[in-house]
Design a protein around this ligand. Structure first.
Ligand SMILES: Nc1nc2c(ncn2[C@@H]2O[C@H](COP(=O)(O)OP(=O)(O)OP(=O)(O)O)[C@@H](O)[C@H]2O)c(=O)[nH]1
Length: 377
């Protein structure tokens, strides 16, 4: 279905969507990576940290559309919970949620098996609590994992920052960063790189942080960014995100800086489109697709900004922000979008047939876009 809006008033709904079940049907068009890769090949993301730091809440809010308030009633995790996320061809991985107190010295804890196939280890620190113990645990965890697999991306979520003032947030991040790196230097592990994020399930920061974690696991990322840069520069677009529609993780964006407000409004647009489509687009018996090849939405805001959403693959949507005057060249944008979409499909096809990404990059650079002035380049 396609939806066109004019001048709606958008109100922010912080990552809370109830009407978008994970099993919801998509149209089929590109090869499903699930079919070509077994779960053993899927990149694995580990969620670790002390008890009650917020690990299960993060997983439930980002990937299962749980509302943040409902996480208050989550029970403690007692064993490793493996969640298969196959919401998108690119974002096709497993998340392993660990119980709070992992005993690395327990003979049943097979660190070789766990860390060998891991792409990213997210260590969650509760910023509202005293974090001295958490820092000790962080050091033990990352040093252990690094010995088994030095290629893991180590990501530290300084979590629950909704309870902190802006100054306190910065100070906490600085302190945690300093202490964690000092501990690594003392252990002669300077090469082990930690990335830090301030997160909360009560706003979009958790989605943004997860987006960055996932992007590092996508080998085609430079190609995608390149395509987005070419697309926006030839279409007069200010910012473009390639979103995984189900999770609202953006798997790539152009190289201009991301500001939180732009990301939030694009997330809100996805919510609006999918909610309206689920309510009015499905058959009475619930059959049909809420998101398919025809999915398209244009929202004109009252500040001369236009939001533009269009289906790219059955899992991905392009969401752009542009000025009203640039939108006057709608035909040009549509033509360039057509080229962009074709290129993305090539990336998928190359990935699916396990060919080298550089081959696709060579092919893609030869794709023709129309320039803003309308002439083909
Ligand atoms: N204020 C605030 N509370 C949060 C946030 N994330 C999680 N919580 C709360 O933290 C508590 C613990 O969350 P869990 O997700 O169960 O923590 P966990 O790390 O999985 O705990 P274990 O399973 O015991 O290891 C819950 O009451 C959540 O509502 C956040 O971003 N902000």
């Amino acid at each position: 279905m396609s939806i066109q809006y004019d001048d709606p008033t958008l109100t922010g709904s912080y990552g809370v969507v109830g009407s978008f079940p994970k099993s919801f049907g998509y149209g089929v068009d590109v090869p499903d990576m699930e079919e070509v890769s077994s779960s053993a090949d899927k990149p694995r993301i580990l969620l670790m940290g002390l008890r009650r730091s917020g690990k299960s809440s993060i997983q439930k809010v980002v990937f299962h559309k749980m509302s943040p308030n409902e996480t208050l009633f989550l029970e403690s995790t007692n064993k490793i919970y493996k969640d298969d996320i196959s919401s998108s061809s690119f974002v096709n991985f497993q998340i392993w949620d660990f119980p709070g107190q992992v005993d690395f010295f327990d003979p049943t804890f097979d660190s070789e098996m766990i860390f060998k196939g891991t792409g990213a280890l997210i260590f969650v620190i509760d910023a509202q609590d005293d974090y001295v113990e958490a820092l000790g645990r962080l050091h033990l965890t990352v040093s252990r994992a690094y010995k088994v697999n030095p290629d893991i991306n180590f990501e530290v979520f300084i979590h629950k920052v909704d309870g902190l003032s802006d100054d306190h947030k910065i100070e906490t991040q600085r302190d945690i960063h300093q202490r964690a790196n000092d501990d690594l230097a003392d252990a002669a592990l300077e090469k082990l790189h930690l990335s830090f994020y301030l997160t909360s399930i009560y706003d979009h920061s958790i989605f943004e942080a997860f987006s960055k974690v996932v992007q590092k696991l996508i080998p085609q990322l430079p190609t995608l960014e390149n395509l987005l840069n070419i697309f926006i520069s030839h279409s007069g677009i200010e910012k473009a995100f390639l979103f995984d529609v189900v999770s609202k993780i953006y798997i790539a964006t152009d190289s201009s800086p991301v500001d939180m407000q732009s990301y939030e409004i694009c997330c809100d647009m996805i919510d609006v489109v999918i909610d309206v489509s689920c309510i009015y687009g499905l058959m009475e018996d619930g059959s049909g697709c809420a998101y398919d090849k025809e999915s398209l939405a244009i929202i004109k805001l009252n500040n001369t900004t236009v939001l533009y959403l269009k289906e790219v693959t059955k899992f991905l949507a392009l969401v752009c922000i542009l000025r009203e005057e640039s939108f006057e060249r709608k035909g040009l944008i549509e033509y360039n979008f057509h080229c962009f979409r074709k290129a993305i499909h090539e990336v998928f096809e190359v990935g699916a047939s396990s060919q080298c990404v550089s081959t696709s990059r060579n092919n893609l650079t030869s794709l023709k876009y129309a320039a803003v002035n309308g002439s083909a380049i």
